[in-house]
Design a protein around this ligand. Structure first.
Ligand code: NAP
Length: 294
């Protein structure tokens, strides 16, 4: 089996961090291939000796050529949420192209418990996992919990207004640092794995919005009152803020997911791979306060 590792979505936040951590783990430059729709964005990687190839999941012919000569492909799930079906079609293109190119191991970034998730986009992940399993190739699924960075969507307004609207009804979330996920993915990809694996990556503790508001107060001195609303009221607020309907649906489903406790699972999978404790939300909120306490 070729020991070359192809990282798709290499210009995205997670893709860049996975490559950084592959290098930090001693994976030599010549073993890494960075795939992206925009090779121009990765000139620094190319200059450092990493092969950069164009890889757009919308271009199946080009993809099969891009995957030639590599043993492992990490398929980073795309951000195409605006039209139902697009993302799954893209992921299936990536899987069939990898198969056609003779790749031996497929890795994929999914979400915790995709079969019971209430998130609008969970079926994309579930069906992509099933498509990968059906290839018969060795696979690694990285079921990633909610990024700590996602809080930058709601906290700036909450800190500014002093009110944080939620329909999660006290449900808890085990927020996880995106960079910890990237490091754990790199660790898993860097080692030869005899078996297929499903990892669920979470932060070290599950916290309610009230607990998070308290951490924000400790980090910034700014109090936030958590205001409990219904899904309908939550959706009305998002629409009034100008969010497109598709993203309103995604965010309302995320509140339901938290309310149901589906994002509160805590595992040790990440810690075992990176051999240290994952970043606590309190530390993230302290570090990132200039980005949300505006
Ligand atoms: N767990 C969570 O809380 C959470 C939060 C946000 C997103 N996500 C998921 O995790 C993924 C990675 O997160 P991120 O923070 O790196 O997101 P990001 O910075 O927004 O990156 C989006 C990614 O989608 C890729 N992409 C979009 N269209 C594509 C196409 N046609 N073909 C191939 N790749 C395509 C981009 O690749 P290039 O630009 O390099 O082509 C890029 O890697 C996201 O795309 C999303 O599926 C998870």
């Amino acid at each position: 089996m070729s020991d070359r590792i192809f990282v798709t979505g290499a210009a995205g936040h997670l893709g860049q961090l996975v490559i950084k951590h592959l290098l930090a783990r001693g994976v030599v430059h010549s073993r890494i291939v960075a795939g992206t729709r925009s090779p121009d964005k990765l000139k620094d990687l190319a200059a450092a000796g990493i092969e950069v190839r164009k890889a757009d999941f919308e271009d199946q012919g080009g993809l099969a050529r891009a995957f030639e000569g590599v043993g492992t492909v990490l398929i980073i799930s795309t951000d195409a949420l605006d039209e139902a079906g697009t993302r799954l079609k893209q992921h299936r293109n990536a899987v069939s192209s990898a198969l056609a190119a003779g790749v031996q191991r497929l890795a994929y970034t999914s979400l915790p418990n995709p079969s019971s998730s209430l998130l609008t986009f969970a079926p994309d992940h579930l069906e992509t996992e099933r498509t990968i399993e059906a290839t018969g190739l060795q696979y690694v699924f990285f079921r990633n919990g909610w990024y700590q960075e996602n809080l930058l969507l709601s906290l700036p307004n909450a800190v500014k207004s002093g009110h944080w609207h939620t329909a999660a009804r006290g449900g808890k979330t085990s927020y996880v640092a995106r960079e910890d996920i990237a490091e754990a993915i790199a660790a898993a990809l860097a080692m030869p794995t005899p078996d297929s694996r499903k990892y669920t990556f979470t932060g070290p503790e599950a916290l309610s919005n009230e607990q998070i508001a308290d951490l924000v107060r400790q980090a910034t001195g700014r109090p936030i009152a958590v205001v409990h609303v219904t899904d309908e009221e939550f959706a009305t607020g998002l629409k009034a803020a100008g969010l497109p309907d598709v993203f309103v649906s995604v965010l309302v489903s995320a509140e339901g997911e938290v309310r149901a406790g589906n994002l509160s699972v805590v595992t040790d999978h990440l810690q075992l791979l990176i051999e240290r404790a994952p970043k606590r939300l309190a530390d993230y909120l302290e570090e990132a306060k200039s980005a949300y306490a505006v």
